[in-house]
Design a protein around this ligand. Structure first.
Ligand SMILES: [Zn+2]
Length: 318
């Protein structure tokens, strides 16, 4: 009989679950609200109860499963299966997630941070198309990253794949990490707006973006990209600056890893418009032989990316 996987996508507002075939096709999915009260102490028991309840409901047995994989916010020790510092879950102290979920379900369990599990999912079923060499970049409220090489996630000595903190402009904008000039400070959704505000100050010509900034209107990364597409001069310069930094980071990652690069998240909703510009700078900065064999793509997994990526973590138990 075909064995199944369970994917758990743990977020600050909902916990998404899916039962998948070992080829990554979703057969069942459901979700529950995340109860972050009492320092997040209900979260793991809720996950155990929800999995056990649904296995009963579908008349399935724990022996039918290869394992459970989970993507989570916070800092993860993948060996020990612990999570710490997931502030949107109220997990300030160390959580023994693996031990508790294995004891509660009787199924093997693997955990990694959400950006890493998304990277693995994308290399398995998305734009990587079962590719073994993938760099995954999430352009959201921050810039997250995951590096897959030889089909496995790179953890380094614990914090590998932190693409958002690649320095692209020494002495540049201050980052939440304490350094100056991290990619995240330019290419996250808030970063794009920050670039727009800084460039608007020095821009003298006619621009809707400049008017919006000067009038104190709400400025979002989406507005910047929309105006740039419409030919707004300042917005175009802002997008060009952001793409320059993304292209610089991509070129340096490319020269190191020579992988497929996948982009996901709010800022990447700008689509080919963004990607073509990033590619222009990538071509300019990358090592010649890397230039021709590294591709930049938009991520392809949709809403189910989280559970698919999480489930792929459990493939290690096959
Ligand atoms: Zn940083």
């Amino acid at each position: 009989m075909d064995k199944k996987l369970i994917g758990v996508d743990l977020g600050g507002t909902t916990i998404k679950f899916a039962i998948l075939t070992e080829n990554g096709d979703i057969q069942q999915k459901w979700s529950v609200e995340t109860n972050i009260l009492d320092e997040g102490s209900h979260i793991v028991p809720d996950i155990v109860a929800s999995i056990n309840h649904h296995l009963d409901l579908y008349k399935m047995d724990k022996d039918q499963f290869i394992g459970i994989g989970m993507g989570t916010p916070g800092t993860v020790d993948v060996e020990k299966g612990t999570v710490v510092g997931a502030y949107n879950l109220n997990w300030k102290t160390l959580q023994n997630v693996k031990a508790e979920i294995e004891a509660g379900t009787g199924i093997k369990f693997a955990v990694d941070n959400d950006a890493n599990s998304a990277a693995l999912g994308e290399s398995w079923k998305g734009a990587g198309d079962n590719a073994k060499e993938v760099v995954f970049v999430t352009l959201g409220t921050g810039v997250g990253g995951g590096v897959v090489t030889d089909g496995k996630l790179v953890h380094g000595m614990g914090a590998g794949g932190e693409i958002g903190h690649i320095n692209v402009h020494p002495g540049g904008f201050e980052c939440t990490c304490g350094n100056k000039g991290c990619l995240e400070t330019y290419a996250s959704a808030t970063g794009v707006v920050r670039v727009a505000r800084a460039m608007a100050e020095e821009f003298a010509g006619k621009s809707h973006l400049k008017e919006a900034v000067d009038n104190g209107e709400e400025v979002t990364s989406k507005l910047v990209f929309d105006l740039a597409k419409d030919g707004d001069k300042l917005a175009d310069m802002v997008v060009d600056r952001v793409c320059y930094y993304l292209g610089l980071a991509a070129a340096n990652l490319g020269s190191t890893l020579n992988s497929i690069h996948c982009y996901r998240g709010g800022v990447s909703a700008a689509g080919r418009f963004l990607l073509d510009r990033v590619d222009k700078y990538f071509q300019e900065f990358a090592f010649p032989t890397v230039r021709t064999s590294t591709t930049l793509k938009l991520a392809e997994l949709g809403n189910d990316a989280g559970v698919i990526g999480a489930a792929s973590l459990a493939l290690q138990f096959k």
